[in-house]
Design a protein around this ligand. Sequence first.
Ligand code: HEM
Length: 183
Amino acid sequence: MLWNTRESYGLITRLFHWGIALLFFALFFVGLYMGELDKTDPLRKQLFALHQSVGMLVFLLTLIRIPLSRIQPEPMPPSHMGPWEVQFANAVKKGMNLLLLLIPIAGYLTVTTKGYHPIFFGIEMPILIGENEELHEFFEETHEFLAWTLMAIVVLHMAAAWKHHFIDKDDVLLRMLGRKRPE
Ligand code: HEM
């Protein structure tokens, strides 16, 4: 089924969820690795361009995903979850979406404040805020800090999914995989 129901996530939601998750992990580790490479290493330039392109793609996918999830029904939380747990889970989801928008924006401005055009799969993007060393350092540190914050939240999010699966033995993780626990 393409669309969510009150019981399960549709294919569109699942593809966006796992696609963005995969791209986030790739961006995070490539981001750490590329910074360690020698400035003369040609791989550094290639990875920077790839990181920027995929980062902007995640920004676009998140911009599409937010309204798409708003217009679909949200599967019901399992009955054992209290109202505060449901509220907390919703706040965490909103926080992750916000960070998936803010991290690419900070990355974009890190590039432009150094005087470069960000590259989106070979296309030069506009310089929104031009060369400025102080702002460059600010956006660079913000980009790094927000990326680590999101990684910390993602690790907690994964721990929560495993708790649902192995301890509560409910369908929360399975339904994001398009499956159900046998009756
Ligand atoms: C969700 C999207 C993104 C994630 C998770 C992400 C993550 C990261 C991480 C973890 C680093 C390494 C930080 C460190 O040195 O500790 C990094 C570096 C960097 N990212 Fe991103 N990034 C994203 C999007 C973008 C975008 C869209 C751009 C630019 C258009 C960008 C530009 C950069 C640049 C230039 C650096 C190197 C900073 C430096 O060391 O000078 N990033 N990113």
